[in-house]
Design a protein around this ligand. Structure first.
Ligand code: SF4
Length: 425
């Protein structure tokens, strides 16, 4: 369930289990163990995870006791023992911090004894994942404690993964056929600062791009402070690093940002956007914004609307503020009524479409590389250009090529966030 970071955790658990001799079955109702890797970032995600757990709990195999339900990930990390009291259908709970021991845990659930667990729990095990585009997590946790966010309480303090482990994972994925590596974390721009000998995301990106010159690299979730001159330069000087900046801004009003425990303001963000565009005119910029944060006045909301028009970004994700127990924002005065939050969210989304659609339309007639990713049900081939991140930005439809190729196309049609291109011969 949930975001790409959780997806990577699921893949890691799967790889460890397969390495240990377990088999992944297509139909969960025939499994001996069903693991639900949960998300609880916001209320809606928690509800979706509970629905998934209850659906699995309803399988004959689970209710009869012939198979086991294991609940993993963010829900056990956030709710601890309270969850065990509520979800008696589950055989066990695996918080994020224990996921590396998934083999031992599943063995225990099934009563399997092994002589030696040590070889299964070492870091740097070989991943058996494949796919043209692969997410790689470069750190976990977060130290920023944004007032609305549960992640630091669920995932713990920020810790970067060592460069040699990241490189080994990338190598394994490239050897298995990956053409694009997407680096993710809660706070990618901070990578390396917690090492005894600090490093930077710019160093990591540069080293990876040079070691794997045929592979596209993309980084997501760079907080504004993480967009350093060094990072802009490394993106500008490597053809295989996507000129793509995903910078969650969340708001533009200074007071709201301070209440969120975040830095910056609209003017600083506009200056940062300008700096990126001056160095890399073709750069694609994405952000996320929160509508209806506690205390957001009509004037502050209007300021955010103006910011959207001024910033002229390529992609904008808008989320209604979700009031989460245990966060500082939960206790703030001025909580905004749900209908008003939804109305503000819709207004920002409409504004975002008004600003972003013309930018996408501006790509008409441009030549660009497209990684051909797959075939739709109707037989149409689709891929993504460097300006389109997986899962969030739409796709480019192509013809006369093969899945897995990177082809040069000229964009000859656009429809809102989708593009269509013809191969350049
Ligand atoms: S940067 Fe803020 S919003 Fe993002 S994970 Fe950390 S605390 Fe949450």
């Amino acid at each position: 369930m949930g975001c790409a970071k959780n997806e990577v955790d699921s893949e890691h658990m799967t790889a460890r289990l397969v390495e240990a001799g377990y088999e992944v079955v297509d139909d969960p109702e025939t499994a001996d163990v069903v693991i639900v890797n949960t998300c609880t970032f916001i209320q809606a995600a928690t509800e979706e995870s509970i629905d998934a757990i209850l659906e699995v709990a309803g399988y004959d195999s689970i209710s009869s006791g012939s198979a086991h339900l294991v609940v993993a990930g963010c829900m056990p990390a956030r709710y601890g023992d309270d969850l065990a009291d509520e979800l008696t259908e589950a055989s066990c709970f695996v918080p994020c911090s224990k996921e590396d021991s998934i083999v031992t845990i599943v063995d225990d659930v099934l009563g399997i004894e092994r002589d030696d667990y040590s070889s299964l729990d070492i870091p740097g095990y070989k991943l058996k994942r494949s796919g043209l585009s692969a997410y790689v997590k470069i750190s976990d946790g977060c130290d920023r404690f944004c007032a609305y966010c549960t992640i630091p309480y669920i995932r713990g303090r920020y810790h970067s993964f060592p460069e040699d482990e990241i490189t080994a994972e990338v190598r394994g994925l490239v050897e298995a056929g990956a053409r694009e590596i997407v680096l993710i974390a809660q706070d990618t721009g901070r990578w390396g600062q917690d090492f005894a000998e600090p490093s930077t995301l710019a160093n990591l990106m540069g080293n990876l791009a040079e070691q794997f010159p045929e592979t596209w690299f993309r980084v997501m979730y760079i907080q504004p402070e993480g967009v350093t001159d060094g990072l802009i330069e490394v993106v500008a000087t490597h053809d295989n690093i996507c000129s793509y900046f995903d910078i969650p801004l969340q708001h533009s009003n200074r007071e709201i940002l301070r209440s969120m425990n975040r830095k910056g303001d609209g003017d600083e963000f506009l200056a940062l956007i300008e700096k990126i565009r001056q160095r890399i005119p073709e750069a694609t910029l994405r952000t996320t914004l929160i509508a209806g944060y506690p205390g957001e006045s009509d004037e502050q909301f209007e300021e955010l609307c103006e910011f959207i028009e001024d910033a002229d970004l390529d992609y904008i994700g808008v989320f209604a503020y979700s009031r989460e127990e245990g966060t500082r924002a939960y206790k703030l005065d001025g909580q905004i009524d749900e209908d008003e939050k939804l109305a503000r969210t819709q207004r920002l989304r409409d504004l975002a479409d008004d600003v972003c659609a013309p930018r996408i339309a501006g790509r008409l007639g441009q030549e660009m590389d497209v990684l051909v990713c797959g075939v739709e049900e109707d037989g149409q081939l689709f891929g993504r250009a460097m300006c389109q991140a997986p899962d969030v930005d739409g796709v480019t439809y192509v013809h006369d090529c093969q899945v897995g190729e990177i082809v040069r196309v000229v964009i000859d049609d656009v429809l809102l966030y989708e593009m269509e291109g013809s191969i350049v011969r």
